[in-house]
Design a protein around this ligand. Structure first.
Ligand SMILES: [Zn+2]
Length: 87
């Protein structure tokens, strides 16, 4: 009797804990950041919940940078917001 459990992750903006499938996962792709839609990205990931406030906060602060231990350009963050809001 297998119980399928997905991991619990913390939103980098509100620090609330969610099932991983309820969060957006961001990961580094070289020097760019991408939305890791299939959750299979290797390495460090940062999670943000689907609350648009959290998304905006994550992109308008250095939270994402700190979570990924990288320096992410404002342009790259803008593209992430656009990508998510359009999808
Ligand atoms: Zn959140």
């Amino acid at each position: 009797m297998a119980i399928r459990k997905s991991p619990i992750r913390t939103c980098i903006s509100c620090r609330a804990r969610y099932d991983q499938t309820d969060l957006y996962r961001f990961s580094l792709d070289g020097t760019n950041v991408k939305v890791d839609q299939d959750m299979r990205g290797n390495g460090r990931g940062a999670y943000v919940c689907s609350n648009s406030k959290c998304l905006t906060l994550a992109m308008n602060s250095d939270r994402l940078d700190r979570a990924l231990k990288a320096s992410i350009s404002g342009e790259s963050k803008k593209q992430l917001i656009t990508f998510i809001l359009d999808s």
